[in-house]
Design a protein around this ligand. Structure first.
Ligand code: C5P
Length: 208
Protein backbone atom coordinates (compact mmCIF):
# COMPACT_ATOMS: atom_id res chain seq x y z
CA UNK A 1 0.00 0.00 0.00
CA UNK A 2 1.14 3.50 -0.71
CA UNK A 3 1.72 6.21 1.91
CA UNK A 4 -0.05 9.54 1.39
CA UNK A 5 0.93 12.89 2.88
CA UNK A 6 -1.80 15.54 2.49
CA UNK A 7 -0.75 19.18 2.78
CA UNK A 8 -3.27 22.01 2.72
CA UNK A 9 -3.24 25.71 3.41
CA UNK A 10 -3.81 29.17 1.95
CA UNK A 11 -1.79 30.77 -0.85
CA UNK A 12 1.83 31.71 -0.01
CA UNK A 13 1.93 29.88 3.33
CA UNK A 14 5.05 27.95 2.29
CA UNK A 15 3.39 24.63 1.48
CA UNK A 16 4.98 24.33 -1.97
CA UNK A 17 8.55 24.53 -0.70
CA UNK A 18 7.72 22.27 2.21
CA UNK A 19 5.96 19.68 0.03
CA UNK A 20 8.83 19.47 -2.46
CA UNK A 21 11.34 19.01 0.34
CA UNK A 22 9.27 16.30 2.03
CA UNK A 23 8.80 14.45 -1.27
CA UNK A 24 12.56 14.57 -1.94
CA UNK A 25 13.43 13.41 1.58
CA UNK A 26 11.17 10.35 1.46
CA UNK A 27 11.53 9.58 -2.26
CA UNK A 28 7.79 10.13 -2.81
CA UNK A 29 5.97 11.52 -5.87
CA UNK A 30 4.75 15.09 -5.49
CA UNK A 31 1.68 16.75 -6.98
CA UNK A 32 0.99 20.47 -6.54
CA UNK A 33 -2.76 20.28 -7.15
CA UNK A 34 -3.01 24.07 -7.63
CA UNK A 35 -1.28 23.46 -10.96
CA UNK A 36 -4.17 21.31 -12.15
CA UNK A 37 -6.56 24.26 -11.59
CA UNK A 38 -4.05 26.64 -13.15
CA UNK A 39 -3.54 24.40 -16.23
CA UNK A 40 -7.31 24.23 -16.76
CA UNK A 41 -7.60 28.01 -16.47
CA UNK A 42 -4.67 28.58 -18.84
CA UNK A 43 -6.09 26.21 -21.46
CA UNK A 44 -9.37 28.16 -21.36
CA UNK A 45 -7.59 31.53 -21.57
CA UNK A 46 -5.28 30.39 -24.40
CA UNK A 47 -8.13 29.14 -26.55
CA UNK A 48 -10.38 32.12 -25.81
CA UNK A 49 -13.02 29.90 -24.16
CA UNK A 50 -15.21 31.48 -21.47
CA UNK A 51 -14.26 31.13 -17.81
CA UNK A 52 -17.85 31.06 -16.64
CA UNK A 53 -19.21 28.06 -18.56
CA UNK A 54 -19.00 25.09 -16.21
CA UNK A 55 -19.62 22.43 -18.88
CA UNK A 56 -16.82 23.77 -21.08
CA UNK A 57 -14.45 24.20 -18.12
CA UNK A 58 -15.12 20.64 -16.91
CA UNK A 59 -14.39 19.25 -20.39
CA UNK A 60 -11.07 21.09 -20.43
CA UNK A 61 -10.33 19.91 -16.87
CA UNK A 62 -10.76 16.25 -17.94
CA UNK A 63 -8.04 16.75 -20.56
CA UNK A 64 -5.38 18.13 -18.18
CA UNK A 65 -2.23 16.00 -18.33
CA UNK A 66 -0.69 15.68 -14.86
CA UNK A 67 2.66 14.69 -16.37
CA UNK A 68 2.98 17.97 -18.26
CA UNK A 69 2.44 20.43 -15.39
CA UNK A 70 5.12 23.09 -15.11
CA UNK A 71 4.82 25.91 -12.56
CA UNK A 72 7.01 28.30 -14.55
CA UNK A 73 4.43 28.29 -17.38
CA UNK A 74 1.52 28.66 -14.94
CA UNK A 75 2.85 31.07 -12.30
CA UNK A 76 1.42 34.31 -13.68
CA UNK A 77 -0.92 36.22 -11.45
CA UNK A 78 -3.85 36.33 -13.88
CA UNK A 79 -3.69 32.53 -14.25
CA UNK A 80 -3.96 32.12 -10.45
CA UNK A 81 -6.94 34.47 -10.42
CA UNK A 82 -8.67 32.56 -13.22
CA UNK A 83 -7.84 29.26 -11.46
CA UNK A 84 -9.56 30.36 -8.27
CA UNK A 85 -12.65 31.33 -10.30
CA UNK A 86 -13.07 27.98 -12.03
CA UNK A 87 -12.19 26.19 -8.76
CA UNK A 88 -15.64 27.05 -7.40
CA UNK A 89 -17.31 24.85 -10.07
CA UNK A 90 -18.28 21.39 -8.74
CA UNK A 91 -17.86 19.54 -12.06
CA UNK A 92 -14.40 21.06 -12.61
CA UNK A 93 -13.45 19.94 -9.09
CA UNK A 94 -14.85 16.42 -9.69
CA UNK A 95 -12.75 15.97 -12.84
CA UNK A 96 -9.54 17.22 -11.23
CA UNK A 97 -10.09 15.41 -7.92
CA UNK A 98 -10.45 12.12 -9.82
CA UNK A 99 -7.08 12.65 -11.53
CA UNK A 100 -5.50 13.69 -8.23
CA UNK A 101 -6.82 10.58 -6.46
CA UNK A 102 -5.36 8.34 -9.18
CA UNK A 103 -2.00 10.10 -8.71
CA UNK A 104 -2.18 9.68 -4.92
CA UNK A 105 -2.07 5.88 -5.29
CA UNK A 106 1.40 5.80 -6.85
CA UNK A 107 4.00 3.70 -5.01
CA UNK A 108 5.90 3.97 -2.72
CA UNK A 109 4.27 7.18 -1.51
CA UNK A 110 2.87 10.54 -2.53
CA UNK A 111 2.76 14.11 -1.29
CA UNK A 112 -0.19 16.16 -2.53
CA UNK A 113 -0.59 19.83 -1.67
CA UNK A 114 -3.57 22.08 -2.20
CA UNK A 115 -6.68 23.29 -0.42
CA UNK A 116 -8.87 20.18 -0.01
CA UNK A 117 -6.45 17.24 0.07
CA UNK A 118 -7.04 16.20 3.69
CA UNK A 119 -10.78 16.93 3.56
CA UNK A 120 -11.86 15.69 0.10
CA UNK A 121 -9.13 14.26 -2.16
CA UNK A 122 -7.40 11.94 0.34
CA UNK A 123 -9.51 11.90 3.51
CA UNK A 124 -7.80 8.67 4.63
CA UNK A 125 -4.22 9.98 4.33
CA UNK A 126 -2.24 8.87 7.40
CA UNK A 127 -0.51 12.27 7.61
CA UNK A 128 -2.34 15.58 7.14
CA UNK A 129 -0.67 18.94 7.60
CA UNK A 130 -2.40 22.30 7.52
CA UNK A 131 0.27 24.90 6.79
CA UNK A 132 -0.67 28.49 7.42
CA UNK A 133 0.71 31.95 8.26
CA UNK A 134 -0.92 35.31 8.91
CA UNK A 135 -2.10 37.20 5.79
CA UNK A 136 0.47 39.90 6.53
CA UNK A 137 3.38 37.44 6.65
CA UNK A 138 2.21 35.71 3.47
CA UNK A 139 1.87 39.00 1.61
CA UNK A 140 5.32 40.07 2.85
CA UNK A 141 6.89 36.81 1.58
CA UNK A 142 5.31 37.20 -1.82
CA UNK A 143 6.40 40.86 -1.94
CA UNK A 144 10.02 39.91 -1.09
CA UNK A 145 9.98 37.16 -3.73
CA UNK A 146 8.87 39.59 -6.44
CA UNK A 147 11.49 42.17 -5.43
CA UNK A 148 14.17 39.48 -5.35
CA UNK A 149 13.23 38.47 -8.90
CA UNK A 150 14.04 42.03 -9.99
CA UNK A 151 10.46 43.21 -10.56
CA UNK A 152 8.58 46.00 -8.85
CA UNK A 153 5.94 45.19 -6.26
CA UNK A 154 3.20 47.01 -4.41
CA UNK A 155 2.78 45.60 -0.89
CA UNK A 156 -0.76 46.95 -0.35
CA UNK A 157 -1.96 45.45 -3.64
CA UNK A 158 -0.40 42.09 -2.78
CA UNK A 159 -1.95 42.14 0.70
CA UNK A 160 -5.39 42.91 -0.76
CA UNK A 161 -4.91 40.07 -3.23
CA UNK A 162 -3.97 37.55 -0.53
CA UNK A 163 -7.12 38.49 1.40
CA UNK A 164 -9.31 38.22 -1.69
CA UNK A 165 -7.91 34.79 -2.60
CA UNK A 166 -8.46 33.59 1.01
CA UNK A 167 -12.07 34.74 0.93
CA UNK A 168 -12.72 32.96 -2.35
CA UNK A 169 -10.99 29.72 -1.25
CA UNK A 170 -12.50 29.63 2.26
CA UNK A 171 -15.93 30.93 1.30
CA UNK A 172 -16.89 28.63 -1.59
CA UNK A 173 -19.64 26.06 -1.08
CA UNK A 174 -17.81 23.10 -2.67
CA UNK A 175 -14.67 21.95 -0.80
CA UNK A 176 -13.80 25.20 1.01
CA UNK A 177 -10.31 25.58 2.41
CA UNK A 178 -10.31 24.44 6.03
CA UNK A 179 -8.17 22.13 8.15
CA UNK A 180 -9.29 18.49 8.29
CA UNK A 181 -10.33 17.59 11.85
CA UNK A 182 -7.32 15.28 12.11
CA UNK A 183 -4.77 17.66 10.51
CA UNK A 184 -1.65 18.86 12.33
CA UNK A 185 -1.56 22.65 12.27
CA UNK A 186 1.74 24.26 11.29
CA UNK A 187 1.73 28.05 11.61
CA UNK A 188 4.83 29.28 9.81
CA UNK A 189 4.32 33.00 10.64
CA UNK A 190 7.31 32.99 12.95
CA UNK A 191 9.03 29.84 11.75
CA UNK A 192 11.84 29.40 9.24
CA UNK A 193 11.24 26.94 6.42
CA UNK A 194 13.88 24.71 8.06
CA UNK A 195 11.98 24.70 11.37
CA UNK A 196 8.71 23.98 9.55
CA UNK A 197 10.38 21.09 7.71
CA UNK A 198 11.76 19.60 10.95
CA UNK A 199 8.32 19.83 12.58
CA UNK A 200 6.71 18.13 9.57
CA UNK A 201 9.41 15.44 9.53
CA UNK A 202 8.79 14.43 13.16
CA UNK A 203 5.07 14.12 12.45
CA UNK A 204 5.70 11.98 9.35
CA UNK A 205 8.36 9.79 11.02
CA UNK A 206 5.96 9.04 13.85
CA UNK A 207 3.31 7.85 11.36
CA UNK A 208 5.52 5.83 8.96
O1 C5P B 1 -2.06 26.97 -4.98
P1 C5P B 1 -2.31 27.81 -6.20
O2 C5P B 1 -2.25 29.29 -5.95
O3 C5P B 1 -1.50 27.42 -7.38
O4 C5P B 1 -3.83 27.48 -6.58
C1 C5P B 1 -4.55 28.27 -7.49
C2 C5P B 1 -6.03 28.22 -7.14
O5 C5P B 1 -6.54 26.90 -7.37
C3 C5P B 1 -6.33 28.48 -5.65
O6 C5P B 1 -6.54 29.84 -5.33
C4 C5P B 1 -7.59 27.68 -5.40
O7 C5P B 1 -8.73 28.46 -5.71
C5 C5P B 1 -7.51 26.56 -6.40
N1 C5P B 1 -7.18 25.28 -5.78
C6 C5P B 1 -8.21 24.54 -5.24
N2 C5P B 1 -7.99 23.31 -4.70
C7 C5P B 1 -6.75 22.81 -4.66
C8 C5P B 1 -5.66 23.56 -5.17
C9 C5P B 1 -5.91 24.81 -5.71
O8 C5P B 1 -9.36 25.00 -5.24
N3 C5P B 1 -6.57 21.58 -4.16
Amino acid sequence: MTFIIAIDGPAAAGKGTLSRRIAETYGFHHLDTGLTYRATAKALLDTGLPLDDETVAARVAREVDLAGLDRSALAQHHIGEAASKIAVMPSVRRALVEAQQAFSMREPGTVLDGRDIGTVVCPNAPVKLYVTASPDVRARRRYDEILASGSEADYEAIFADVKKRDERDMGRADSPLKPAVDAHLLDTSEMSIEAAFQAAKSIIDAAL
